[in-house]
Write a protein that binds this ligand. Structure first.
Ligand SMILES: *Cc1c(COP(=O)(O)O)cnc(C)c1O
Length: 400
């Protein structure tokens, strides 16, 4: 059986002294001088702090970090250090946690649509919990039925989420009873339900409604003799971009109440991705050229929407940006990326100091869905990922 064609070269881990946000100009200049530009700094202190803060806001819920928004070895290590759990969706992600030495028992595989090879790769690593949302997908587990436990993914439409993920995956709530019966005839063990209401959801209303609906489905299933014991509430927890999001404590308070009202004896999981990784990422890019066009300054960076700013296209995110040059009058400007494509404009309504070639521009909250979806269009390499603060300064202060 061929291995996935991926190798995880150890990414750069900065040996520099600890960095504390907000990063200072000399620190960033030193990192660029040493490691080149553009950079995507990933602060492992922030990864751990976000995980702990969400764990405190959702007590009793095992947080499985969804690798998709920032699949970095240093992030996996940082979470492994504090006893984190992981959510995988591809054989490459399986390989990443495996090579990081993560215990397979701490991992679930949640892609609703899989090839048999995906299932086998995850099983070979030791993952047991998978997700399905229709009869065909349940059928794929028949040959593996002695080794798998399945969560049925249910769709609840989140029309107000920035990225509605219930359009693409999940069964209708009404289909749950018949899928449970079908799984039983197949000999495939369904242990619970999952949902993912969408990403960067502005309010917890959809999570609450979905938890309540799943509670009713689980109670009815138990009456019908299906002993469901797991509920996975997915991801979607929001972070600040240029607009401020609800604090995570405020966001989770009503979800906690809904979880407390669930039928007894449920193990609770969540699959946060963005909330853990977005605040940990800082993009550092360099001005490589400038031009005055129609009375407006265009500043060209070595990173753009085909690189770390790809989240502006795929994820509809608008990142807080600032230039490190101090003082001077600000001018109306356009910040553009390095490729020859006209779509490669980061911001055409921005006020910046009059920048010069070599100046640094910093983007914040750029850890999620940025470098993960970046490419090398025009043969212009995307940003090098550089982990900082890899070691936990408070070892042992992990999740209870
Ligand atoms: C992308 C994804 C997540 C993470 O979602 P966030 O909104 O980034 O928290 C979790 N679970 C599944 C199944 C996903 O596809």
């Amino acid at each position: 059986m061929p291995k996935p064609a991926l190798s995880f070269r150890p990414r750069d881990v900065a040996q520099s002294p600890r960095l504390a946000a907000p990063y200072q100009r000399p620190e960033l200049e030193a990192l660029v001088a040493r490691h080149g530009s553009p950079l995507l700094l990933v602060d492992c202190d922030v990864i751990r702090a976000q995980y702990r803060r969400l764990a405190a806001a959702l007590p009793g819920v095992d947080l499985h970090y969804a690798l998709k928004p920032l699949p970095e070895p240093a992030v996996v290590q940082a979470l492994k250090q504090i006893g984190g759990f992981f959510d995988l969706a591809s054989s490459g992600e399986v390989e990443l946690v495996r090579s990081a030495g993560v215990d397979a028992e701490r991992c679930i595989h949640t892609h609703p649509i899989k090839r048999d090879a995906d299932i086998r790769d995850a099983l070979r690593f030791g993952v047991r919990t998978f997700v399905a949302d229709n009869a065909d997908e349940l059928g794929k587990f028949i040959r593996h039925r002695k080794r798998v436990r399945v969560l049925l993914r249910v769709a609840f439409r989140a029309v107000d989420a920035v990225c509605d993920l219930s359009r693409k995956f999940g069964c209708d709530p009404e289909a749950v009873p018949e899928l449970l019966t079908l799984a039983r005839t197949m000999g495939v063990e369904v242990v619970g339900l999952s949902f993912h209401v969408g990403s960067q959801t502005p309010t917890p209303a959809m999570h609450v409604a979905a938890v309540e609906a799943c509670g009713a489905l689980i109670a009815a299933a138990r009456v019908a003799g299906h002993n469901l014991s797991v509920l996975d509430i997915g991801g979607g927890f929001p972070v600040d971009y240029r607009d401020t999001a609800m604090s995570i404590e405020e966001f989770c308070a009503p979800i906690r109440l809904a979880l407390a009202a669930l039928p007894a004896g449920l193990r609770l999981l969540a699959e946060p991705g963005r909330y853990i990784s977005a605040p940990a990422g800082t993009c550092v890019a360099t001005v490589v050229g400038r031009a005055l066009r129609d009375g407006r300054w265009w500043f060209y960076l070595d990173d753009g929407v085909y690189g770390s700013f790809s989240g502006q296209i795929y994820d509809h995110a608008r990142y807080p940006l600032h230039a490190l040059r101090e003082g001077g009058q600000k001018v109306p400007a356009v910040l553009a990326g390095p490729t020859c494509d006209s779509i490669d404009v980061i911001d055409d309504q921005i006020e910046l100091p009059l920048l010069e070639v070599g100046d640094l521009v910093v983007g914040q909250q750029m850890g999620a869905y940025t470098s993960a979806c970046a490419g090398d269009f025009n043969f212009i390499p995307h940003a090098r990922v550089l982990a900082v603060n890899a070691q936990d300064p408070v070892p042992g202060a992990g999740q209870a």
